[in-house]
Design a binder for this molecule. Structure first.
Ligand code: FAD
Length: 438
C-alpha cells in the first residue's frame, strides 16, 4: 500500500497505547515518517498519572486519570509489560502505580519517543478527506487546539490516524429509578482517591469488577461497613472483614433508601459506583460511522478498523485483556496493514466478518455490553493478528502465567498480590508467595 513516500501517521493520546503505537512507527523509518503524538495533558502515561484533584485541570479540561493513591497493579509485571521492554528486575510482581508511570517514562527514553509528543494539545476533530491519486485515495485532517486556552487551532494532514484516547475516564452510571432521591454521598470510582475520607462509614459499593473489589478491600482497612452489590454469581472466596455481598440495587425509594433485587433495603451514607466507563470519541467525524452502543464500539474489523475508512485505527478498546501486550500486538498489526504486508479484505468482506463475529459472540451468550470483553479469547486474537501481520506472537508462557494469576485472584483476592513470579530460562515460570512457598 505504501509507495507515495513515507506515510504520516497521527497518534491521539500518549498513554500506554499511544506510546506503543509511536514506538513501532519509529522502528520503521523506511516506510513511516516520524509520528505526531497529540497529548492533551502535560504528561505521558494517561491512566498512570495519579491526580490528587478530582474534577478539572487548571485549564478546565476534565481530569483524565482514574488512578487511586494506593493502587498496586492487578497483573504481575512479568506479563503486564510490553514484551520488548520488561519492568526492572528488582521490582516485585505487583507494583505500585508510580512504578508503572516510571516504567512508561523509561519506555519513552529507551525508544526515544519524547520529541514526537505534542503536550498540552487536544485533538478536536479528525475528518477524512478525499485525495485522488494519493496513498489510499484518502487522507485525514487532524485539528488540534492548544490545551491551555484552546485559542490556537492547527490542522495537519495525515495518511492514517491511530486513536489511542483511552476509555477509563468518562464514568458510566447505570440508570437506577429514583437515584436522584438518594440523600447521602454519591460518587464514582473515577473520583475515588483514598479510603480515609470514607473511614467508618456505611457504603454500598455497586460493581464487583477489579476496581470494585480492590476498593472494597481498601475500605475494609479503614473500618467502613461495605455492602458489595453486584449481579454476578456470589463470590466464594474469603471477603475482607466488614464486607458483605448483595444483589444489584434496583431502585431508590422516596426517603433515599436503596432497594436490592432480593427486596432487602439499606440506607448507606455513601453510594459508590464502580460500574465502569463510557467510550467516547468526541473528535471523530460522524462520517466515519463508528457507533457506540451499550459499551460496544462498532463496526470495527478485528476490533480496530472501520471498514469504510480503513486507514483509521481505534487501538485498545477491547476489555478484560492484558493491555500493554495487546497494544503491542495491535500496533504491529496496524503497521502490517499500512505497509501492505497484510492486504485488507474488501469493505464488504470486512463488514461480513464483523457481523459474523458479533453474531457468534451473541450466540455464546454475550450481551451487547460484553461483546468487547475478550477475556481468555484474547490469546487466540493476539495470535491471529500476529499470524496475519507476519510478526512475532507473544511468548508462549504469557497466556499461561496471566490466566494462572486470574485463578489465584479469584481464589484468594486478599493475598494474591503478595505472590511473586519468576520466568525461567526455558520460558516456563514459577510462583511463590512472600514467604517463599511455591
Ligand atoms: P490512557 O492511559 O487513558 O491514555 C489515553 C491518553 O490519551 C491520555 O494521556 C489522555 O490525556 C489522552 N487523550 C485523550 N483524549 C485526547 C484528545 N482529544 N487529544 C489528545 N490527547 C487525548 N492495566 C494493567 O495492565 N494493569 C493494571 O493493574 C491496571 N490497573 C488499572 C487500574 C485502574 C483504576 C484503571 C482505570 C485502569 C487500569 N488498567 C490496568 C488499565 C489501563 O487503563 C491500561 O493499562 C492502559 O494504561 C490504558 O492505556 P491507554 O493508552 O489506552 O489509555
Amino acid at each position: 500500500m505504501a509507495g507515495f513516500g513515507k506515510l504520516r501517521v497521527a497518534v491521539i493520546g500518549a498513554g500506554a497505547a499511544g506510546l506503543c503505537a509511536a514506538r513501532h512507527l519509529l522502528s520503521r523509518p523506511d516506510t513511516f515518517a516520524p509520528p505526531v503524538v497529540y497529548e492533551l495533558t502535560k504528561n505521558i502515561g494517561g491512566t498512570w498519572v495519579y491526580e490528587e484533584r478530582i474534577g478539572c485541570y487548571d485549564n478546565g479540561l476534565p481530569i483524565h486519570s482514574s488512578m487511586y493513591r494506593d493502587l498496586r497493579t492487578n497483573i504481575p509485571k512479568e506479563v503486564m509489560s510490553f514484551p520488548d521492554f520488561p519492568f526492572a528486575k528488582h521490582l516485585p510482581s505487583f507494583v505500585h502505580h508510580t512504578e508503572v508511570r516510571k516504567y512508561l517514562e523509561q519506555y519513552c527514553d529507551h525508544f526515544r519517543l519524547w520529541d514526537h509528543i505534542q503536550f498540552g494539545t487536544s485533538v478536536a476533530s479528525v475528518t477524512p478527506v478525499d485525495v485522488k491519486g494519493g496513498w489510499n485515495e484518502l487522507a485525514w485532517n487532524v485539528t488540534s487546539t492548544d490545551g491551555l486556552d484552546h485559542s490556537k487551532s492547527t490542522t495537519e494532514r495525515f495518511d492514517a490516524v491511530m486513536v489511542c484516547n483511552g476509555h477509563f475516564y468518562d464514568p458510566y452510571i447505570p440508570a437506577i429509578p429514583g437515584l436522584e432521591k438518594f440523600k447521602g454521598t454519591l460518587m464514582h470510582s473515577h473520583e475515588y482517591r483514598s479510603a480515609e475520607p470514607l473511614a467508618g462509614k456505611s457504603v454500598v459499593l455497586l460493581g464487583a469488577g477489579l476496581s470494585g473489589l480492590d476498593i472494597a478491600m481498601e475500605l475494609s482497612n479503614v473500618d467502613a461497613k461495605v455492602i458489595l452489590s453486584h449481579g454476578q454469581r456470589p463470590l466464594t472466596c474469603p471477603l475482607p472483614p466488614g464486607v458483605q455481598q448483595a444483589p444489584p440495587v434496583t431502585s431508590v425509594l422516596d426517603d433515599g433508601t436503596l432497594e436490592f433485587k432480593d427486596g432487602e433495603r439499606a440506607k448507606p451514607e455513601v453510594f459508590l459506583f464502580c460500574t465502569g466507563y463510557n467510550f467516547t470519541f468526541p473528535f471523530l467525524d460522524e462520517k466515519v460511522g463508528v457507533n457506540v452502543q451499550e459499551h460496544l464500539v462498532w463496526p470495527l474489523y478485528k476490533f480496530l478498523i472501520p471498514p469504510a475508512y480503513p486507514s483509521l485505527f481505534i487501538v485498545g478498546i477491547c476489555r478484560a485483556i492484558c493491555p500493554f501486550p495487546h497494544f503491542h500486538i495491535q500496533s504491529q498489526f496496524v503497521l502490517s496493514v499500512l505497509d501492505g504486508s497484510f492486504p485488507l479484505p474488501s469493505r464488504e468482506d470486512m463488514e461480513n466478518d464483523i457481523e459474523l463475529d458479533i453474531a457468534a459472540r451473541r450466540a455464546r451468550g454475550f450481551a451487547t455490553r460484553h461483546i468487547l470483553k475478550l477475556d481468555s479469547e484474547q490469546w487466540a486474537y493476539n495470535d491471529e493478528l500476529a499470524h496475519l501481520g507476519g510478526f512475532q506472537p507473544l511468548p508462549r508462557y504469557w497466556s499461561n502465567l496471566y490466566e494462572s494469576n486470574k485463578v489465584f485472584r479469584a481464589r484468594d483476592m486478599l493475598n494474591y498480590k503478595t505472590y511473586n513470579y519468576t520466568v525461567l530460562e526455558n520460558m516456563d515460570w514459577k510462583v511463590h508467595d512472600l514467604h517463599g512457598q511455591q
